[in-house]
Design a protein around this ligand. Sequence first.
Ligand code: IMP
Ligand code: MG
Length: 180
Amino acid sequence: MYGKEIKKVLISKEDIAKRVAEIGELISKEYEGERITLVCTLRGACVFFADLMRAIKGDVEIDFIAASSYGSGMSTSGEVKLVKDLSEPIKGKNIIVVEDIIDTGVTLSYLKRLLLTREPKSLKICSLLDKPSRRKVEFKGDYIGFEIENEFVVGYGLDFDQKLRHYPDVCVLAPEMYAE
Ligand code: IMP
Ligand code: MG
């Protein structure tokens, strides 16, 4: 179904849907009777976010934030800047930050530190994917969809140079795409 840019489908949209339903149920149970604000980290988490919020029962609000680690293509420079802030204050709220992937851990440790200074009632991290072998800083997510090997993935929101986000499955990018 995909072209030469894709080496293989790593996680099918059906398997993603099953896991999203499980995480949604878990979050619904853990926060029963509480209001949650789901924070989408733009842009990579947008597809996961849209599915996850509909898998959660209860009192849910949403907001958006964007951070960029300077650098394009496939590498992080290690320096993070806030590109778009939340629209609402989060003091006293239950926050779940929804991310596409935890790679080096640099982006989320920055975001977590920033958001904690605003004194939320609670703050958890939910990431569709986790590549623990790539960490530069220690970081652990609270809800993880899938742990993956050190391969560059695209689709279901994840990009290669802003492209391929719209592919419905999580796919491994063909190495020819980034070979120099
Ligand atoms: P960090 O290295 O944990 O700070 O992750 C920063 C960002 O790098 C993630 O939010 C993704 O947007 C991007 N990223 C890391 N690994 C991949 C990948 O395999 N495919 C696409 N984007 C990735
Ligand atoms: Mg990205």
